[in-house]
Design a protein. Structure first.
Length: 258
């Protein structure tokens, strides 16, 4: 995506959530954390200052349904490799509606492990220190490489819940691209909201089956995994029950028998 943006002389983060890569150690986290995070902290502070300006803009846009939402001018983002700023960076308004939420992802974990949502720099420092020392409640494995990525605060939803789409693509040596027509959609079991109670609720934000299978209402709306039909408008067709939900339902039945 970055290579494509350079060819078209556009800023890659006009399309993707802005992302920072970070490597730390226990000593750096204790002594020199601010220096390591200087670029991110600058960006974070700019969004903090714009919170009060953005919220009424988004609220007005919501009232004007059907109108396009224009991006918010923030700061120019320099391309690190060549130090060229092709275009002024415009953060899509859907990425920032006044909450300044960010994702912290541990680079060596998967299946929803090591993913946190945070707002303040003090929260970020605490999480980094916990991972460097192997003291995280989420995962006891030590981590020193991280991704900091802007959280999309107004995502596209299905029935007020988050979802993601998985598809299979084959690219040949000749660069011919083939798309398998049946992908699948994964849905959250909990309705999306950004209230204080919902920000730390993993079942709202993380769609991984490894996370959703532990939700008390897993499978309440649909069977976690939904096959897309050739016309994906009707999500009630072509369901494929998730093995995770099946396993959880069996466990519940066993407990009732006991």
């Amino acid at each position: 995506m970055r290579a494509f943006s350079e060819l078209t002389r556009e800023n890659v983060f006009n399309y993707l959530p802005i992302t920072f890569c970070l490597e730390v150690s226990v000593d750096i986290a204790q002594i020199n954390l601010l220096t390591e995070l200087k670029q991110f902290i600058t960006f974070h502070n700019i969004l903090e200052k714009n919170k009060d300006k953005v919220t009424p803009i988004y609220e007005n846009m919501e009232k004007m349904s059907g109108k396009p939402i224009k991006g918010l001018n923030c700061i120019p983002v320099m391309y690190e490799r060549r130090e060229i700023n092709y275009t002024r960076y415009r953060m899509p308004l859907t990425h920032f509606i006044g909450h300044n939420l960010w994702l912290l992802k541990s680079a060596n974990l998967n299946r929803g492990r090591g993913v946190h949502i945070f707002q303040s720099l003090s929260e970020l420092k605490r999480l980094l220190m916990e991972y460097c020392r192997g003291e995280s409640s989420n995962n006891k494995q030590k981590s020193f490489a991280f991704i900091l990525q802007k959280y999309i605060e107004a995502p596209l939803l299905i029935h007020d819940r988050k979802f993601d789409i998985r598809v299979w693509i084959l690219i040949t040596r000749e660069m011919d691209c083939y798309l398998f027509k049946e992908g699948y959609i994964r849905t959250s079991s909990t309705k999306f909201a950004l209230t204080k109670d919902h920000i730390n609720n993993r079942f709202v934000h993380l769609i991984n089956n490894a996370i959703q299978m532990h939700a008390h209402n897993c499978g309440q709306y649909e069977d976690c995994l939904l096959y897309t039909s050739p016309s994906p408008r009707d999500l009630s067709t072509s369901r494929m029950p998730s093995s995770a939900c099946k396993k959880k339902k069996k466990q519940k039945k066993k407990k009732k028998k006991k």
